[in-house]
Design a protein around this ligand. Structure first.
Ligand code: SAM
Length: 256
């Protein structure tokens, strides 16, 4: 599959504010009690979710999987402090993981929307990798009325400077909690928690554009000058409020 994730250093710098907090919310939503033997971090990026998990819950081993070598090698560096844990790094698509392995816990922070148009298929595949009574906890791009309005504003800014919206505009990748629950139940999962994390953060428009570009959005295709022009267009006010919506799910495998 196409690798949009080559700017691992930019990702670490610009996405940290949003994704690290999401990773911490995700890790703390996981049931506390059992020691998780083997966890999978699906779409681990630079390692925020694995780090949050290891800080919040007892886990023996983690397999961190990402389709981008650049993100994986940065994860390896960022997670050096967890030397007491067995962490292995696998450069593979989460839609293509061998079914010969099974996990006590699967986490995924902000990655499943990249499996669009078959997010349900990806959830189904991951559910099949869980041991009986194993847990899965993920966040993925969330949809709400406010997210629709925000996406419209971004699309207009890109188009207004001659950019094109890619074949799969980001808004199509979003799922509501209802859709996520439907996918999970269809995959034989029992949903324990489902909610949307909705946040607005005020950032300089330039910083937003740099973050979105490092996250593989359409901005990445705009020449530099036009990206900052689009950023200017976004800053009607003195500061630009970035919206960020994530659908969070915690579910358990009911297969025995
Ligand atoms: C927004 S980043 C999230 C990274 C990380 N989970 C975090 O908490 O910051 C999305 C990540 O998903 C990865 N990704 C996208 N599609 C993937 C796929 N099909 N299989 C594995 N990784 C994928 C990207 O390479 C990228 O590192």
């Amino acid at each position: 599959m196409e690798n949009r994730w080559t700017a691992a250093q930019d990702y670490d710098q610009y996405a940290a504010r949003l994704q690290k907090r999401n990773a911490a919310i995700l890790a703390n939503a996981i049931p506390n009690g059992p020691v998780y033997g083997h966890a999978l971090d699906a779409g681990c990026g630079t390692g925020f979710a694995t780090a949050a998990l290891l800080e919040a819950r007892p886990v023996r081993a983690v397999t961190a999987v990402d389709v981008s070598r650049e993100m994986l090698s940065r994860a390896e560096r960022n997670l050096l402090r967890f030397q007491d844990h067995e962490i292995s790094y696998v450069n593979q698509s989460i839609t293509n993981l061998p079914e010969s392995h099974s996990y006590d816990l699967i986490i995924s922070n902000a990655a499943l929307h990249w499996t669009y148009p078959d997010i349900g298929g990806a959830i189904n595949h991951l559910a099949g990798l869980l041991r009986p009574c194993g847990y899965i906890a993920f966040t993925t791009a969330g949809r709400s009325a406010a997210s629709e309005e925000f996406d419209e504003k971004i699309s207009n800014a890109i188009v207004s400077v001659g950019g094109t919206i890619d074949r799969h505009p980001f808004r199509q990748r979003r799922i509501s909690t209802d859709e996520a629950i439907r996918f999970c139940e269809g995959a034989g999962l029992d949903v324990i928690e489902a909610f949307v994390i909705e946040r607005t953060t005020s950032v300089a428009p330039d910083e937003y554009v740099a973050w979105a570009a490092s996250s593989g959005r359409a901005w990445a295709e705009l020449p530099d000058g036009e990206a900052s022009l689009a950023a200017e267009i976004l800053s009607y006010a003195e500061e630009f409020r970035v919206g960020h919506w994530s659908t969070l799910i915690v579910a358990r495998s009911v297969h025995s």
